[in-house]
Design a binder for this molecule. Structure first.
Ligand code: ADP
Ligand code: MG
Ligand code: MG
Length: 345
């Protein structure tokens, strides 16, 4: 008997379109020769209005690759799930950013008492919140840049003095709970620091400020539950000042190098830290762990973890596993099996 997989995509975040692309790639993998006999795909689409749509509309969005235009203003429909949802045996949420990657949807699916691909409520929430994430990494003794936590209500000249003294310039100012570089600014002076803090404050009440490093950006994919494995490494190169929103999502502005051209000892250390980072936040299933590699000193710094990384056919996460000997369809199969294994524990 086939297992019914609920592919949940779209969502109320800036990464709605990326989610559609990821879902298309996963739907194709579920329909591949390897997986067709094993799984039955039932897609669900969360529109930009937050309303869940069932199979019929979800399939249209998957086929066209474009978001649904109609907006439902009926708040009650936020609480109505398509009836097919009751038939799902395992959920595969492929939603990025707030309300998808941060534990909210994971909590809802846990209430449905159905296993779900990826981290649970705690791991997802911890991975989304840069302050909590970095505090957990610090507890685990993992190397990172210096950072400070700032409550937006407490921003004042004295606090800016302290930040300057502790972190210097350039520094990076980020809202605690976002992704895709949204709301992130690099500050090179007091004026830029103040502007960056007020801008970050429009996104979140908690802000993180970090010492800036000049480094290469290397990423590692992690797969597993209790005994997670690390993939081959990938490097991201780009011409822009940092890996900002435009560089991430404009075709051709960033290049992926797989495997990352780093010494074997650096690779081994990064893979080790990637697994420790995954365990530090209570990750499950999958995560992409991102690093700074300071070539001149050989220093390795953990930047962040992403518990639901981009999953399009050309995204780093599946490409890293492909380079490590796990094809896209096999990766999808393994993730579903890892979710099912978690239920029976
Ligand atoms: P997001 O979760 O939105 O991807 P990141 O913390 O990864 O946020 O920051 C986005 C990008 O900003 C990084 O990929 C890197 O290019 C740059 N960046 C962030 N923090 C630093 C830092 N401390 N030093 C240097 N560059 C940084
Ligand atoms: Mg991130
Ligand atoms: Mg990042």
């Amino acid at each position: 008997k086939k297992t019914r997989v609920g592919l949940l995509f779209g969502g109320r975040s800036g990464e709605h379109e990326v989610s559609i692309s990821s879902a298309r790639a996963i739907a194709r993998a579920l329909d591949s020769a390897e997986n067709r006999e094993k799984y039955d795909l039932l897609p669900f689409y969360i529109g930009k209005d937050g309303v869940w749509r069932g199979e019929e509309i979800a399939r249209q969005v998957l086929e066209s690759g474009t978001p649904l235009q109609s907006e439902s203003l009926d708040r009650q429909s936020l609480w109505k799930f398509p009836p097919e949802a009751a038939e799902i045996e395992v959920w595969f949420p492929i939603l990025h950013g707030p309300n998808g990657e941060d534990g909210t949807v994971q909590g809802l699916l846990a209430l449905m008492q159905v296993p779900c691909v990826g981290s649970g409520v705690l791991g997802s929430a911890a991975g989304m919140d840069k302050l909590i994430m970095k505090d957990l990494f610090a507890q685990a003794g993992l190397p990172q840049v210096k950072y400070a936590s700032v409550a937006r209500s407490r921003v004042c000249p004295k606090l800016c003095d302290d930040l300057e003294e502790m972190l210097g310039y350039p520094c990076f100012v980020k809202p605690a709970n976002l992704g895709s570089s949204v709301g992130i600014a690099k500050a090179r002076s007091r004026a830029e620091l103040e502007a960056a803090l007020s801008s970050a404050a429009t996104y979140d009440s908690r802000i993180i400020v970090e010492a800036g490093v000049q480094a290469r950006e290397v990423e590692c994919a992690v797969l597993g539950n209790d005994d997670p494995k690390a993939s081959t490494l990938g490097e991201i190169t780009f011409e822009s000042d940092f890996y900002d929103y435009e560089t991430k999502y404009t075709e051709g502005l960033a290049q992926l190098l797989i495997p990352a051209p780093v010494p074997d000892s650096v690779r081994d250390r990064i893979q080790e830290i990637a697994v420790q980072a995954f365990q530090a936040i209570n990750g499950a299933g999958l995560a992409r762990v991102d690093f700074f590699y300071v070539e001149s000193t050989g220093e390795i710094l953990l930047n962040e973890i992403n518990t639901l990384p981009g999953f399009t056919a050309t995204s780093m996460y599946p490409r890293l596993w492909d380079a490590s000997g796990v094809s896209f369809p096999e990766l999808v199969d393994r993730l579903i099996q890892l979710a099912l294994a978690r239920l029976t524990r």
